[in-house]
Design a protein around this ligand. Structure first.
Ligand code: CU
Length: 382
């Protein structure tokens, strides 16, 4: 079995070299030959379906990813805020404790395409750590993976807590633990990632996540969604074959994200794409205000419909749809969009909202998490 699988991979690689990345995936060869991690028997269940005008000539709507097997669902990652275990100290400061474990894990990133990821807590992106500015943050990190790792936070903290080789404990070895601790500042839309060497390999394998620090004064009520733009180099040639927000290519084309006409939508957008210098976000049929890094309460850019981000750049988008419809959003590098970084918002009138939730396979709890965001008290556990 191993030999046959290896032979299939070799043939797949040869074909891969003869075709562009786009053709490779459009022809369904990614799933037919298995780029990595597939056995011959699992490949047999994922034979290619020819592209047709009804699938817009791409792989968008062919097949499904087994979210249950992955252990996470991109639709839930949109709203899965992790406030940690919180308590208030006598002098009034809130302490939040989080547990993060680095684990090697195979994840399905497009129908039939399995990627051997390195993860924080078994998911890519890792948990969305959320707190309020001034909170004391304590992250208990254990490395249960196969390589040394770290957690490097974007934020303000002492040198020893920087999570890079040569600072504090440096790289955390396999089987070792360390607790990172600092006060959360400044408020904004931030991130964390492994900073072990070689950096691009550790980041690209999936060791990154969002770190949202809410301003003490809060933000206006909105439907809040986390989107981490990422890419996957499935054959390790230094280029990405799959692009996505929240890891699974085209997932939000298959399951448009529910929203209501007239409500404010706030997207926390982070670019963690490796190998490509930039990524971008384009919104259809509306314009948005943009808060660069989320570190201001006033927009840093008003009324735009496209934003460009280098790796680790991030920001907050706010917009409101006037009319119902299924509005696309995607990278405006067409290649990225065709290879998975494309989705839809399903904007509906209130009477159709329950149906939109059901269509997307989510429930009222998902809606509650989307709309409670930074503004509803009690949810943050103190
Ligand atoms: Cu690492």
């Amino acid at each position: 079995m191993a030999t046959r699988s290896g032979a299939l991979q070799t043939i797949g690689q040869k074909i891969r070299h003869l075709l562009s990345r786009r053709d490779f995936l459009r022809l369904g060869l990614g799933s037919a030959w298995g780029i990595v991690g597939l056995t011959a028997s699992s490949q047999a269940r994922h034979l290619p379906t020819p592209a047709s005008p009804h699938t817009a000539g791409n792989m968008a709507l062919v097949g499904h990813v087994q979210h249950h097997t992955n252990g996470f669902d991109p639709m839930h990652l949109l709203v899965d805020w992790d406030y940690g275990e919180a308590r208030t100290l006598p002098h009034g400061q809130v302490v939040r404790e989080y547990t993060i474990v680095a684990l090697d894990k195979e994840i399905e990133i497009a129908p039939g395409i399995v990627f051997p990821a390195w993860t924080y807590n078994g998911r890519v992106p890792g948990p969305t750590l959320r707190c309020t500015e001034g909170d004391r943050i304590r992250i208990h990190f254990t490395n249960a993976g196969s390589m040394p790792h770290t957690i490097h936070f974007h934020g303000i903290h002492p040198f020893a807590m920087d999570g890079v080789p040569g600072a504090g404990p440096g790289e955390i070895g396999v089987g070792e633990s360390f607790t990172y601790e600092f006060d959360a500042e400044p408020f904004g839309c931030h991130l964390y990632h492994c900073h072990a060497i070689p950096l691009k390999r550790h980041v690209h394998k999936g060791l990154y996540g969002a770190f949202i620090i809410d301003p003490r004064v809060g933000r206006p009520p909105a439907r809040e969604l986390l989107m981490v733009m990422n890419g996957f180099d499935t054959n390790f040639d230094g280029e990405n074959e799959i692009y996505a927000v929240n890891t699974v290519g085209h997932e939000f084309m298959r399951r448009p994200i529910p929203a209501r006409v007239g409500e404010r939508v706030r997207i926390y957008l982070i670019n963690m794409t490796e190998f490509d210098p930039i990524n971008s976000f384009h919104l259809h049929a509306e314009f948005f205000d943009y808060y660069d890094h989320g570190t201001t309460l006033e927009p840093t850019l008003r009324r735009v419909d496209t934003i460009m981000q280098c790796q680790a750049q991030r920001g907050i988008l706010e917009f409101t749809y006037r009319w119902p419809g299924q509005y696309m959003f995607h990278a405006h590098q067409s290649e990225f969009a065709e290879l998975g970084w494309m989705g839809k918002l399903n904007v509906v009138e209130p009477q159709h909202f329950a149906a939109a939730l059901a269509q997307a396979g989510v429930d009222e709890d998902w809606d509650r998490r989307a709309t409670q965001g930074s503004t509803v008290s009690g949810e943050k556990g103190v």
